[in-house]
Design a protein around this ligand. Sequence first.
Ligand code: HCB
Length: 210
Amino acid sequence: MVNVDKLIQAVVEGDKDSAGILAKEAVVSGVDLESLVEKLTDAMRVVGDKFERFEIFLPEMMQSADAMMAAMDVIGPKLAEGGNVRKKGTVVIGSAAGDMHEIGKDIVITVLKANGFEIVDLGADVDPLEFVTKAKEAQADIIGISALMTTTMPGAAEVIELLKENGLRDKVKVMVGGAPTTQEWADSIGADGWAENASQAAELAEKLIG
Ligand code: HCB
């Protein structure tokens, strides 16, 4: 019987080696991987809350990020297996300007790929104009923007303004997400959709391409 609680604990405590081993056990045991990823995402929120309360500091938050990435290195490929092979559309995705957080974006990418989307991953700290240029080049259906900080959320609004300025707003849908974001904020900047997690992002992407 796999111990999901131990895996969560390893991520919260930043124990990268145990996280990798426990993730392998979880994958072999056949647990539902999407719900496992959601539990691990909640674990990262616990880490963030501890950081905010000064119970842990940047090095510990980095260790937890490493442990989460070690777990995702194992879980991600399995999650992507058996995905829908029929191409549904192209998504250009990245983290907003100034934002180095990538774990959530990478999970969204894995789930989108498993659901038949082609991905152009722009990485982290993406300039608003780059989103627009790359979306045009790739003839993308959707731009996905991940913002993990209140200070980087305005970058998403800039992408939408640039799409308008370049006459592309009606050609490319914009979906946004990231821990501090909300549906209300997404509506306020004129995004086409907001997703709370990776499974919702995949559902939303399908809806957006009709
Ligand atoms: Co970071 N950090 N961090 N951090 N960090 C946060 C985000 C805080 C909330 C922590 C806190 O104070 N409570 C905070 C931001 C506060 C704010 O906005 N006001 C913060 C801060 C302050 C900072 C630094 C400034 C710290 C410092 O240097 N003093 C610094 C900023 C660096 C920068 O970006 N310029 C920093 C650095 C780091 C690292 C490097 C240690 C590490 C990132 C490692 C990496 O990504 N390679 C890190 C981490 C890990 C976090 C927390 C703990 C977890 C983030 C994470 O990976 N979550 C985070 C706390 C939190 O989020 N509450 C904390 C797990 C993923 C799976 O969840 O929400 O990202 P997610 O993604 C979900 C979901 O949102 C959705 O689907 C995903 C999968 O389910 N989704 C989308 C995401 N993107 C989407 C896009 C779409 O289109 C659709 C859906």
